[in-house]
Ligand binder design. Structure first.
Ligand code: PLP
Length: 299
């Protein structure tokens, strides 16, 4: 049996190539003191935000949606031209962390995969587990959102792939600035729009709306992240006999929806109570059943 530790808990990982023949990875990661220095000053993740990451929830000792998170880490790495991550190694490291963190309540597990130290040949990586904030109130009460222009047209991912739109890069300064702008406007969160009025995503979440008898999220076409929580939500809804659809969504469609949610790995499903200062209809019952299903995930 493994001794559980207190949070935070940090593991440094020495990434091995995806095609390495090894199947044992215990000697490729080691625990470090979360309060002690662990990264080099030349670390490009710190200097340029040049790397990718994932954040997943560990609920009751179960890491949630590990497969979709690691798949997206691979997509993000490919988009950024980083070496393909070794999935077996990441799975071993995640299992190591999960064995050691508290198995009650919710824990945040962040996976970071960086280009490495400047002029160094190899990427660096680490896993960091922290206590989850208490989201009980916001999951029940919902949030006020404002729409913000992302400044790009529809189709930007194809026209300018170097903007890395569909990759979960460490460059989140713009996303954090959008949250501050939302707060300045008296709201809690933001929903990015293309310059020509299509719904993209939140700075840290995926948009889902309900209209009539169908649940809709924007096409994960490369301009936004394919949300792991949104994928789980669609699975749950389909299992409950509901219709789900990915398609382009105009801001007018968002404003006139029967309900709007923002979905993300830690906060899970929160309904939007107010959009750009105007009240939105909410479906509290659907939010509760969605969150119960999302919290109950064991894979
Ligand atoms: N879109 C962005 C930009 C995000 O940062 C996130 C999560 O942080 C999401 C969508 C939602 O993804 P997930 O449900 O996998 O957490």
């Amino acid at each position: 049996t493994v001794r559980r530790t207190t949070l935070p808990f940090t593991l440094l990982l020495d990434p091995v190539p995806a095609d390495a023949p090894q199947t044992e990875f215990d000697d490729t990661f080691h625990e470090v003191d979360s309060d002690a220095p662990a990264l080099r000053v030349g670390e490009l993740s710190a200097q340029r935000g040049d790397g990718v990451f994932e954040t997943l929830g560990v609920v009751g000792g179960h890491p949630q949606a590990v497969g979709p998170h690691l798949a997206r880490l691979g997509t993000s790495a490919a988009t950024c031209e980083l070496p393909e991550p070794n999935t077996a190694q990441w799975l071993a490291a995640i299992a190591h962390v999960v064995d050691r963190v508290p198995h009650e309540g919710e824990v945040v597990l962040k996976l970071v995969y960086s280009r490495g130290v400047d002029s160094g040949p190899a990427p660096t990586a680490w896993l960091h587990a922290t206590p989850a904030p208490d989201f009980a109130v916001v999951r029940e009460d919902g949030i006020r959102a404002v729409t913000l222009d992302r400044g790009y047209p529809h189709g930007v991912a194809e026209q300018a792939p170097w903007l890395l739109m569909g990759a979960k890069t460490l460059s989140y300064a713009v996303n954090m600035a959008a949250l501050r702008e939302a707060r300045r406007r008296g709201a809690d969160d933001a929903i990015f729009l293309t310059h020509d009025g299509f719904v993209l995503e939140g700075p840290t979440s995926t948009v889902m709306l309900c209209r009539g008898d169908v649940y809709v999220s924007p096409l994960p076409s490369g301009a936004i992240l394919h949300g792991t929580t949104q994928q789980s939500a669609f699975e749950h809804l389909r299992a409950a006999g509901e219709r789900t659809e990915y398609r382009d969504m105009s801001v007018d469609e968002l404003r006139s929806a029967d309900a709007v949610w923002l979905l993300s790995s830690l906060r899970l499903a929160v309904h939007v109570t107010e959009l750009d200062g105007r009240p939105m209809p909410v479906d509290s019952e659907r939010t509760r059943t969605l969150n119960a299903a999302l919290l109950a995930r064991t894979v």
